[in-house]
Design a protein around this ligand. Structure first.
Ligand code: PCA
Length: 210
């Protein structure tokens, strides 16, 4: 069995991204081959890079990981939607991707479905992490930024070109050092890297074991 795990580079002025650090620390489950990739936080480039990775490795499972700063628990995403949008509905502020791109309500794939559900066992993933004593929950929105884009591309490619490939997405909280010096830290949650690695390793081991 081949598993591709992806993390992301830092974005939005951050200097680290927990997803990158987690992916570096994950180990191949017994009997499985683990391929790791750190993706740029760029709408256009991720699409190209993912297609290259699928062609080269033909993975059975793709698990992408990204940061959802401020969340208190690890979120297993249920669904990806066919929209790239960087505009906040709370004031209209734009969050450009790392290449400066600012799509507003643009479809990701013109011939794609409006949405794709995760094809990984989301409840079992949540439970595998909770069994380790780590807060985890199902999330019903991956947003409309590069994380949703990557989850959508994984599932679109699976639907169109790689019927056997299962794919899903996990969002992780901030690391403590990302909020330590922020004025709004009282209102932000964080989770130690060790816990996030334990949680994600439990998910990978469970997926490989099925
Ligand atoms: N989080 C962003 C993109 C990269 C990342 O780690 C998101 O939630 O879309």
């Amino acid at each position: 069995m081949k598993i591709l795990v992806t993390g992301f580079e830092p974005f939005n002025g951050g200097w680290i991204n927990p997803s990158e650090q987690i992916v570096h620390r994950l180990k191949a489950p017994e009997g499985a081959i683990l391929i790791k990739e750190i993706l740029p936080v760029e709408f256009g480039k991720t699409t190209i890079r993912l297609q290259e990775l699928f062609r080269e490795h033909q993975p059975d499972i793709v698990l992408s990981v990204g940061q959802a700063g401020g969340r208190a628990e690890i979120g297993v995403e249920r669904v990806a939607i066919n929209i790239d949008n960087v505009k906040s509905s709370n004031g209209g502020k734009l969050l450009p991707d790392n290449a400066g791109d600012v799509p507003v309500d643009e479809p990701i794939e013109a011939d794609g479905a409006a949405a794709y559900f995760s094809t990984l066992p989301i409840w079992q993933m949540v439970e595998a992490m909770q069994k380790k004593g780590i807060p985890a929950a199902i999330s019903n929105s991956a947003g409309t930024y590069v994380c949703n884009h990557v989850m959508y591309e994984n599932l679109y490619q699976a639907a169109v070109n790689y019927p056997g490939m299962k794919a899903g997405f996990i969002h992780v909280p901030f690391l403590p050092e990302q909020i330590a010096n922020r004025e709004d830290k009282e209102r932000l949650a964080a989770m130690p890297l060790e816990d996030m690695v334990t949680a994600l390793q439990a998910v990978l081991d469970m997926l490989a074991d099925r």
